[in-house]
Each structure stands twice: as C-alpha cells, then as structure tokens.
Design a protein. Structure first.
Length: 399
C-alpha cells in the first residue's frame, strides 16, 4: 500500500513524540516483514541482501554479481511484502548505479508497484580500495545514488539515505533525504556476521560526525543508525545515549541472527527428545559450552540490568570463566573503551535520562545510578558532560 511522503513523516514524528525512537526492518521475505510489523516496526525495507540472507548466505551476496538486484527486489518485494504489509510503508532498495535503467522512469515504476519510497542499496559506499576507485573512474559513483534520492523526493516519495561519511551526509541532506542513516558496515554477530567491524565507540564517533553535518543542512532530518557493531538492544541504547540518533534500522539483527538461534535451538530440542539431562550435559562438556559464547555481550547486558548496583569486573570475569586481563582485552577491542569508561558513561547517560523524566533530588539521583557518594557522582558527571549535575539540570530546565 502506497503512503505519500508527508503521511510517513507525520506518522514517524508522532511516533518519536510518543516513544522517542523509531525502528526500520530490512526484510527479505514476507514472513519476516509480517512479524516485524506485528512487533512494532515503523517501516519495512525490501533489500536484495535480505533475500540472500533468506538463502542462508551473507548480506555480502547483495554486492556480488549473483543476480540483478533491482529485478530481485521488484520480484519479491511487490509479490511478498507490499501485498502483505498494509499498515506501514514499504521502501524499495534501489541500486541507482544500474546502467540498464533510466532512473526517473524506474522510480516511477517503483511507486506504481505500491512502494512508498526508496533507499540507496546496494550502495557503492560499501566498496573501497582499488575496486572502489575503478568504479569511480568508470562513472559508477555515489552521485548516482544522490540523484535517485533527489528524484524520488521530488516525486513526493519517502527517502532513506545510507551514508558513510560527512561528505555523503551533506550531499544526501541537500538532495532532500527524509532519513540520514549512518551505515556502520555489515552487521557483526551470528554465524554469517562480519568479523571485522568498528568498535562501538568508534561507530558512535562516526555517526555523531555524520549527524552534525546533516543537521546543518536540514535540522528536521530523521537520524538513524545501521549495522556494524550495533546488533543488540544494548548496543542501540549505547548509540542513542552517545549520538543524536532517534532510530535504528536493522536487517541481520531482526532476520538472520534470531533465525539462526531459534532454528538451531528448535532442531536441537527435537533431536534430544528422549535424551537424559545427564547425557545432554556430557555432550555440552565434550563440545565446549563456551564455544560460541559472546562474553562482551554478556558484560553489556549485565551492566544494563545492574548499573544501579556495585559491579565488579573481576567477578564478571570469574562468572565467564576468563581471566580479568583477557576479558578486559576482548571488551576494549570490541567496544573501543575500557570497562570503567563504559560503565561510567552508561551511568551518567542513565542519570541524564532520569533527570529529564522525573523531579529528583540530585543526591537521590546519584544513588539510583550506582553512586553512593554524591561528590564522586558529581565529579564523574562533570568529567563526562563538561557540566556539574546542578548546572546541567538548570540548563535543561531553561531550554
């Protein structure tokens, strides 16, 4: 079902006003889209990488010559997703550098098929090195993607722009993109996830730079994040706390990773019918219980649930059956900062959140976020924000 640009923008801004955040899901099949909407997704993206994920392949399949990406999206998107998803808009993942299409005519065809907008995917922004340079020299460039966003916006369609740096953010905001989405690379996690990704801190720094530029061009642009190290609710919370992002857009996080875990567990459960608990335990011991354990995710989730209490990193290492030194190394490598720095930032961001929601005495507030000593809380707050808690509270009340 087609939704015009203004209708979508009004709905998203209403959602931001009531909930504070929006969610977009990149789906490769009708069933993924259907249940994403049931779970509260604000819009669906039909991307060719989603189809490759459904085939059991990496999202990288969307950038390789395995098929015509636009034809693929048009085929499954118009037959599986658009007819099934009627409550929210469906956005077409358009390969704007396709030499076999005339952009304006093809975007009109996309609209006629019931898609409410476009997103620049597959994007040459993901391609670097010599191959990226060769594409640029051949005229296969990001500018074609900017032009597609400009055309669709002029037609009254909703547009979501993936950008990878400040310059691209400037170009897409100037072209009229409704959403500037900081693309942080292929998503980590699961069996098929990317192994080399930015740390969370580096990802937040990059996103902040991108949003700073887009805000200068269009202060009303909707800012979202996608991919890279962000694949769990705890990661998204970190990005919300440390950037001006108001939404998260995910593909593998909603479709591939949950499917990998759920289908694997279901198969194991059926396989082990009749097997005693003792045999199961022995099997796990032989296989290695920690074979696929995500220690860093365990630490982040523990902080999210227990930030208001004393947290001992040494005890967390003990629970994970790792040395403190090794867990510290893993944490800093993935997150981009030390555990104490992460915990402090999490607690200070939580205190700011509470400060805005409730009228609390500052000494009471410090205790709610894990600081029994107000002087220490005030010191860490000022170190993190540049203002004392009282100065920050006064400034917030005056805005």
């Amino acid at each position: 079902m087609y939704f015009d640009r203004e209708t979508i923008r009004n709905r998203l801004h209403a959602q931001l006003k009531s909930n504070g955040h929006i969610i977009g899901v990149a789906a490769g099949a009708g069933i993924s889209a259907k249940y994403a909407v049931k779970g509260g997704a604000d819009f669906i993206l039909a991307l060719n990488s989603g189809r490759f994920r459904q085939m059991g392949l990496s999202s990288l399949g969307g950038l390789l010559p395995f098929g015509n990406c636009n034809e693929l999206v048009m085929e499954f998107g118009s037959k599986e997703i658009v007819p099934l998803v009627r409550e929210v808009p469906v956005i077409f993942g358009l390969c704007a550098t396709d030499p076999t299409i005339q952009l304006e005519a093809y975007i009109q065809e996309i609209r006629n098929k019931g898609f409410s907008g476009i997103n620049n995917y597959p994007t040459v922004g993901l391609i670097g090195g010599q191959f990226g340079e060769a594409l640029e020299e051949a005229g296969i460039s990001f500018e074609s993607e900017v032009e597609a966003i400009r055309i669709a916006s002029g037609m009254g369609m909703f547009t979501i722009a993936f950008v990878f740096n400040r310059e691209q953010a400037h170009q897409m905001a100037a072209a009229g993109a409704d959403v500037i989405c900081a693309h942080l690379g292929f998503t980590k996690g699961g069996v098929l996830g990317a192994a080399k990704v930015l740390s969370l801190k580096a990802a937040a720094d990059l996103a902040a730079q991108i949003f700073q530029v887009s805000d200068k061009i269009n202060p009303n642009v909707i800012k979202m994040i996608y991919g890279g190290p962000v694949n769990t609710p705890a990661d998204v919370k970190y990005m919300y706390d440390n950037t001006s992002a108001v939404g998260y857009l995910g593909g593998s996080s909603f479709e591939r990773i949950p499917s990998e875990a759920a289908i694997t567990k279901t198969a194991i459960d059926f396989k082990e019918v009749g097997v005693t608990e003792q045999d199961k335990l022995l099997h796990k011991m032989l296989e290695g219980v920690t074979k696929h354990y995500d220690y860093v995710q365990f630490v982040k989730e523990y902080v999210e649930a227990n930030y208001m209490h004393d947290i001992s990193f040494a005890e967390l290492a003990q629970v994970a059956h790792l040395s403190r030194t090794h867990l510290s190394y893993l944490f800093k490598q993935e997150v981009g900062c030390t555990f104490p720095e992460y915990l402090t930032r999490f607690r200070i961001n939580k205190s700011i959140e509470l400060m805005k929601q409730r009228h609390l005495d500052l000494s009471e507030l410090s205790g709610l976020v894990g600081y029994n000593d107000y002087a220490h809380f005030s010191k860490m707050f000022k170190k993190t924000t540049g203002l004392s808690p009282r100065e920050y509270q006064r400034q917030y009340k005056n805005t």
